[in-house]
Ligand binder design. Structure first.
Ligand code: 0X9
Ligand code: ZN
Length: 599
């Protein structure tokens, strides 16, 4: 083949590889600025409908810049010049990243807007990633390169097949195009066990592929580390973990097939444009600042809170799972660790807890490779954004809800090199472990006084404990509870009231030969902590001596009126209880008759 012919073929293949203008519509300005911005450049109030392209979208002659926004005019101008802000709703006085045609750069310069080119040829980056992914190479690890939806789903199935005792597929509804929103439950305990839960979600924003891989890494580390690594084993001992690697499956598929830089879901809006920004559609503070009412906007909030089947499906899956202590919604890029609120600049009621746990997470991330994630509330750390997932997960579902923007810092943005998948996942998993460990230590329960292994028959025992709250706040009603269970009997609970700075409760008197399991629970707005160990089913066991004299239920050495009282109050069904003298599992007139002969 001659060189000329090769060049022609190459050019043709490039034409076939992708076609059409890019389809991402520009970000809308805040509502109050929208009309002015449009009027400024003589645009109508709504943009023309997007024509969906079947061919892969090209990004010819486009660059990604980081611009310094000095005033509202700069922001309006960038919104008019760029079809795709990569960092959203940038504040005045800060910098933000934009994908923009190279020929528009001179307009920016002319307007005195300072910028730096971060990605000189975004089309080249997208095309070379595409070429690479079309020719998959034999890899040592599943995590060596990005994976499409089918591969993600197959890998979830593979985890279940390899670890059937700990992994199970869970589903949270169906996308607008009918794809099932799949997740995986990882736990050593059967479903329905009372235990704290954690939820990890990724890829609400279709193009944020680094998040998908980070979520899959969580599953991988949990199943591989269980029984091998002490900290992972401890998490598996005490909790259940849910991972949903792709919350926006339609959008994700679309980024693999058609438009690598697609962000929203794939709803066909009434005006003909596509997509609702799922992370503006959640129903806590929905409809406020930092979300657009314009259908074509990259931050379009949808027609109502939870108008989208993806957000609604996930809400309906989460709502009954009140045991979920903490969650993390994974995005890219910018290396930020964020918490509520996004919809308002006001600090949330649990700011100090979010800050405390968030700081441990940030430090854990940094300890791995020195990456310095900035941690803080969404609104003040990046920008106000209403309708975000973590605002709902905290405000609507009571979780210690974080979101993270993983690597990088803009060098490649959404097109993160494959070589960064594993390091990025490793450092974020360190933060995730910290999040789970901190949440599990929500309260420190210390027993000051209580029965030891054996107690006297017929004597009540006092339990005194101190409860220090580390994360969250104790719930208003009965937050600290003393529980016990006589072998074969039903669980009993009393509230532990505050007496002199301690929590005090009383175990009742037990009869001869009874064995009792007891434990303490402290409940915060996020989770509950259990003593003696913070593990499902953990108890302290005590016993009573076997009484020598039949009918001496309280073990005081004589069969008397007090024992008669105990027998009468035990009337009814009773499994292996002492008062059941003829062992027929009921205390009734027959036992009374026998007892009267013993008096
Ligand atoms: O704007 C967003 O939705 C997120 N940034 S991104 O570049 N990935 O689009 C930030 C989300 C912050 N979290 C909440 N608003 N809850
Ligand atoms: Zn995102």
């Amino acid at each position: 083949m001659t060189l000329a012919r090769a060049i022609v073929l190459f050019a043709l293949s490039a034409l076939i590889l992708c076609a059409g203008a890019e389809t991402s519509p520009p970000l809308e300005l805040p509502i109050e600025l929208q009309l002015d911005a449009r009027a400024l450049v003589g645009l109508p109030s709504e943009k023309p409908s997007e024509v969906p392209s079947e061919e892969p979208v090209c990004f010819d002659d486009q660059v990604v810049i980081r611009a310094t926004i000095s005033n509202a005019r700069d922001l309006m101008l960038l919104n008019q010049l760029s079809d795709d802000p990569w960092t959203h709703s940038p504040g005045i006085g800060g910098t933000s990243d934009w994908r923009i045609s190279r020929d528009k750069l001179k307009v920016l310069s002319g307007a005195g807007i300072a910028y730096v080119i971060f990605i000189d040829d975004i089309n080249e980056l997208v095309q070379s990633e595409r070429d690479r992914l079309e020719q998959p190479v034999e890899a040592a690890s599943w995590f060596e390169d990005f994976k499409n939806l089918a591969a993600v789903n197959a890998q979830l199935d593979a985890y279940v097949a390899a670890h059937p005792a700990t992994c199970k597929i869970v589903t949270a509804g169906t996308s607008i195009q009918g794809r099932v929103i799949r997740g995986i439950r990882v736990s050593r305990h059967p479903e329905g066990t009372v235990l704290p839960g954690f939820v990890f979600t990724a890829t609400q924003h279709a193009r944020e592929w680094a998040g998908t891989m980070t979520a899959m890494w969580i599953v991988d580390r949990l199943v591989e580390g269980d029984g091998v690594d002490a900290r992972t084993t401890a998490i598996m001992d005490s909790s259940e973990v849910f991972v949903f690697p792709v919350l926006n499956p339609d959008g994700y598929e679309y980024t693999w097939v058609t438009n690598r830089l697609w962000r929203k879901n794939r709803r066909l809006n009434s005006g003909g444009s596509y997509g609702v920004d799922m992370n503006r559609n959640w129903g806590f503070g929905w409809g406020g600042t930092g979300a657009s009412t314009s259908q074509s906007s990259e931050t379009y909030r949808g027609t109502a809170a939870f108008s989208e089947p993806e957000t609604k499906g996930f809400r309906d899956w989460v709502t009954p799972r009140t045991n979920i202590a903490a969650s993390l919604d994974i995005h890219s890029y910018s290396e930020l660790l964020l918490w509520p609120w996004g919809y308002t600049g006001t600090l949330c009621p649990d700011q100090s807890s979010f800050n405390k746990v968030g700081t441990v997470m940030r430090d854990a991330i940094k300890a791995v490779y020195g990456m310095d994630y900035i941690a803080g509330p969404v609104s003040s750390t990046i920008y106000p954004a209403s309708g975000g997932a973590s605002d709902w997960a905290y405000g609507g579902a009571g979780q210690l809800a974080y979101s993270v923007e993983v690597r990088d810092l803009g060098t490649y943005g959404f097109i993160m090199p494959a070589s960064e998948i594993i390091p990025n996942a490793i450092e974020n998993f360190a933060g995730i472990m910290a999040m789970m460990e901190q949440s599990l230590q929500a309260c420190t329960i210390t027993v000051v006084a209580g029965p030891s292994t054996s107690i006297d028959v017929g004597v009540a025992s006092l339990v005194r404990a101190t409860v220090a709250v580390n994360v969250g706040t104790l719930i208003a009603t009965n937050p600290v509870r003393l529980n016990w269970q006589v072998t074969g009997g039903a669980k009993q609970t009393v509230n532990m009231n505050i007496v002199g700075g301690e929590r005090v409760g009383q175990l009742p008197a037990f009869a001869c030969g009874e064995s009792i399991a007891w434990w303490i629970e402290a409940e915060t707005n996020f989770t509950f902590t259990r003593w003696p160990n913070n593990l499902p089913g953990s108890t302290r066991v005590i016993g009573t001596p076997l009484c020598a004299i039949e009918g001496d239920f309280n073990g005081d050495g004589s069969v008397d009126a007090a024992d008669l009282g105990r027998l009468l109050s035990a009337f009814g069904n009773c499994f292996e209880c002492h008062e059941d003298l003829n062992d027929d599992n009921t205390v009734n007139a027959e036992d009374l008759g026998s007892f009267l002969l013993l008096l």
